[in-house]
Ligand binder design. Structure first.
Ligand SMILES: NC(=O)c1ccc[n+]([C@@H]2O[C@H](COP(=O)([O-])OP(=O)(O)OC[C@H]3O[C@@H](n4cnc5c(N)ncnc54)[C@H](OP(=O)(O)O)[C@@H]3O)[C@@H](O)[C@H]2O)c1
Length: 270
């Protein structure tokens, strides 16, 4: 039987590339996004169901799931991809932006997961894939909020791994490195604030990110890693995507805090 995946935040970047990839591999894809009326490419594809889903709107989550199951009979995999990055000095960051960041990247992911788990439990089968980041196990400066959400995604997913095993469901964490998407532009809530003490660090961070030696991968590469995670049939939890993530996370794992933080501080010093 043809399998079905539901993807959140599929209007662009990793979500869209993954929707394309699964569709090309013969899967049914429930492509969800906040503004499906804007989507022109995916709606023309075979076995694609386009649905409105805002992870901050519980009703839209329930409706998208219901419509997807009605069309395809069942859902075999969920990709919690929707998310964005809030960066900037904490003390001046607007409180409403802090709440939106955690609501989107964490509570939204929990709400979508909670909505689909009963369906997976009924089927005694399912794969729950959460997009974390290299920034779920290491941090860049001025990212207390974004990294706070991605560390949360790591903890949530790792603990769910045991819980979901009770009902035949696999949990997968994807850790992309730098990926060429809209993340650094329209999905980036950067608030510089007005405290002069932090301005040199802001400058240094952008210089670190814009280093031409950084490896930047296309979203299609992450899509292939996600496909592997969903279909490899193993109990493996974490998947790095890819070369820069491999390097940085391996370094994080194998060096002491002092050594790793000093390496990052050196990069900031230029
Ligand atoms: N790019 C990277 O370097 C990188 C690295 C590590 C991890 N990630 C993670 O990868 C995921 C996808 O990001 P991307 O790089 O593909 O960036 P992107 O192209 O900007 O995609 C972000 C997606 O999230 C959606 N979204 C935001 N808020 C939403 C909400 N409330 N409800 C539903 N959808 C919402 C956006 O939808 P709209 O079109 O409606 O705005 C967009 O489709 C994120 O979780 C991000 O943290 C990215």
């Amino acid at each position: 039987m043809t399998k079905t995946i539901l993807i959140t935040g599929a209007s662009s970047g990793i979500g869209k590339a993954t929707a394309r990839h699964f569709q090309q591999q013969g899967w049914n894809v429930i492509v969800t996004m906040r503004s499906p009326e804007m989507e022109t490419e995916l709606r023309t594809k075979k076995n694609v169901q386009l649905e409105r889903l805002d992870v901050l709107d519980k009703e839209s989550i329930d409706q998208a799931l219901k419509n997807g199951i009605q069309r395809f009979g069942r859902i075999d995999a969920l990709l919690n991809n929707a998310g964005y990055g809030a960066y900037g000095p904490l003390e001046t960051f607007p409180r409403e932006n802090i709440i939106r960041q955690f609501n989107t990247n964490v509570i939204g992911l929990l709400d979508v997961s909670r909505a689909i788990i009963p369906h997976f439990r009924e089927n005694k089968d399912g794969v729950l894939v959460n997009i974390s980041s290299i920034g779920g196990q290491m941090t860049f400066a001025l990212g207390s909020l974004y990294h706070g959400t991605k560390f949360a995604v790591e903890g949530i997913s790792e603990s769910l791994y045991y819980e979901m095993a009770q009902i035949g469901v696999k949990v997968k964490i994807i850790q992309p490195g730098f990926i060429s998407t809209d993340f650094g532009s329209r999905s980036f809530d950067f608030q510089a604030g007005n405290v002069p003490d932090y301005q040199p660090l802001i400058k240094a961070l952008f210089k670190q990110w814009q280093n031409p030696e950084n490896i930047v991968s296309p979203p299609e590469l992450v899509a292939r890693v996600i496909f592997e995670a969903v279909t490899d049939g193993t109990d493996k939890l974490r998947y790095r995507a890819r070369a820069d993530a491999e390097f940085l996370l391996e370094k994080r794992k194998t060096t002491s805090d002092v050594e790793f933080l000093n390496m990052m501080k050196k990069q900031l010093a230029g």
